[in-house]
Design a protein around this ligand. Structure first.
Ligand code: SF4
Ligand code: SF4
Length: 461
């Protein structure tokens, strides 16, 4: 009988600790573009809540009042359809830009990229350039390391807290929030959201960084569905670069049997996600173009043409022409134009006045002393304009029913007003439920709205 094979236990863990990435600082066309994008986007984020418009905060999402203010526009709960429409527009814009230019959003506009860039600037200011940071991390703790790391943490925490404060300032008037912060009178919820959002910023941009893009971002997973051979991507020109290899600056690569890649690793060292673009298009690539800047600098030094790593399409690399107009870009573009057009038209034509009529549930009708039949209602009037209005209530096209008690209602700007209303019919020649139409109209501005209601008359005894 054959002996049984020996059981060998192998300590082969599937877990591998994430190696820390130290992206090298880079200068170049795309780095400048990213800096501009960071300043513009963060400028919008940190500045907008402080702007004023018509005596109020210009951009305020007032959840308790269920009103969103965006400069001259006010969105009421009735307009939330348009906010949902806006989200659809944002989604289709992302599809359109991705089909056209790849992960432009990831590289320049995604909050994860933008805040990570700032956290990296702080890290560089405190701990130095790439090599210095690697050395500092490897060195034993001493006063200098403590001071540098401590300063970085303090600045990170301060910046994250400011971010959390600004975020909450979009939902609570930011001047009130600032006053409450100074006087330590913030409410529990305000404190929670400032700390929560600050902590999320600190964690995502300070520690998780590229891991958010690699493992957490859903967009990275489905973006390949929007790519085709004509989508702009960051790629390495294999035909031109290979065989890669080191050489002297004045050496003739052809004579050495080499391509243009000098295998300097600069493109890998600057990559914030730690990948090698020469391995082809990878899900981790956020198209930040740092590797293009790095490689262009190397090509300049070597006296070679730029573009060994560049923005291009698969078809361009294969010598085919660039095709921007193709079925998927036309479809996304057409859909986007339609959604944008509908949004602009719909928002511009929103009703400036809303009238809602609610019947009194306690009594179906009432007979007055003079024998008239009366029905009671509550009329809710929403003045969506920023001007005060005085509306006149009338029953339209039915002389049998009249307003018993009031006709004029003063509406403050941007407010909801509820008023009781009694309608009456004197000696009615009908019975049962009758549909009537109630109109509210401000004669000065011409703003008007109508609403139907039911008027009840009992059978004659
Ligand atoms: S491969 Fe290049 S473009 Fe992609 S993430 Fe790295 S540096 Fe940015
Ligand atoms: S930077 Fe350019 S030359 Fe250097 S390794 Fe990368 S692709 Fe090759």
């Amino acid at each position: 009988m054959k002996p049984l094979p020996k059981l060998v236990l192998v300590d082969d863990s599937l877990y591998a600790a994430q190696a820390k990435i130290y992206p090298r600082e880079i200068e170049g066309r795309f780095a400048r573009l990213r800096t501009i994008a960071v300043f513009a986007l963060l400028g919008v984020f940190y500045l907008f809540p402080w702007l004023r418009w018509d005596g109020r905060q210009a951009v305020l999402f007032d959840l308790p009042a269920r009103k969103f203010y965006i400069f001259g526009l006010t969105f009421w709960p009735q307009d939330f359809f348009w906010l949902a429409w806006l989200l659809i527009i944002a989604g289709v814009s992302l599809f359109f830009v991705t089909a056209l230019a790849g992960r432009l959003w990831c590289g320049y506009a995604c909050p994860q990229t933008v805040w990570t860039e700032v956290f990296l600037w702080i890290e560089r200011a405190c701990e130095g350039r790439r090599n210095q940071r690697i050395k500092l991390d490897a060195a034993p703790w001493n006063t200098e390391k403590l001071l540098r790391k401590g300063a970085k943490q303090l600045l990170w925490i301060g910046f994250a807290a400011w971010t959390g404060f600004t975020f909450v300032g979009f939902f609570t008037p930011i001047t009130d929030l600032a006053r409450e912060t100074v006087h330590f009178t913030l409410s529990g919820w305000e404190t929670f959201w400032i700390v929560f959002y600050g902590f999320a910023t600190y964690g995502n941009a300070g520690f998780l960084r590229e891991q958010v893009c690699k493992y957490m971002c859903p967009y990275a997973r489905f973006q390949s569905a929007m790519f085709d051979k004509d989508t702009l991507i960051v790629s390495y020109d294999v035909a031109r670069g290979e065989l890669r290899g080191a050489r002297k600056r004045n050496a003739d690569p052809k004579a050495l049997g080499l391509g243009d890649c000098v295998d300097c690793d600069a493109c890998v060292q600057v990559c914030p996600t730690g990948i090698d673009i020469r391995d082809g298009l990878q899900i981790e690539c956020i198209a930040c173009a740092s590797c293009i800047d790095a490689c262009d600098a190397v090509m300049d030094k070597m006296g070679y043409a730029r573009g060994l790593v560049g923005y291009t399409t698969e078809n361009l690399r294969a010598g085919k022409p660039l095709r921007l107009l193709r079925l998927r870009t036309l479809l996304y573009g057409g859909l986007l134009a339609f959604l944008l057009g509908t949004f602009v038209w719909g928002v511009a034509h929103r009703a400036p006045l809303i009238v809602e009529v609610l019947r009194d549930r306690n009594a179906l009708y009432r007979r007055s002393a003079d024998g008239a039949i009366e029905n009671s209602y509550t009329v809710k009037l929403v003045n969506k304009t920023q001007a005060a209005q005085r509306v006149r209530l009338t029953v339209v096209d039915d002389p049998r029913v009249t307003i018993a008690d009031r006709s004029d209602v003063a509406l403050p700007p941007g407010e909801v007003t509820s008023v009781p209303l009694t309608l009456r019919a004197v000696s009615p020649d009908f019975s049962g439920m009758v549909r009537i139409k109630l109109a509210a109209r401000d004669d000065a501005s011409g703003v008007a709205a109508t609403q139907t209601a039911q008027f009840f008359v009992p059978e004659k005894p």
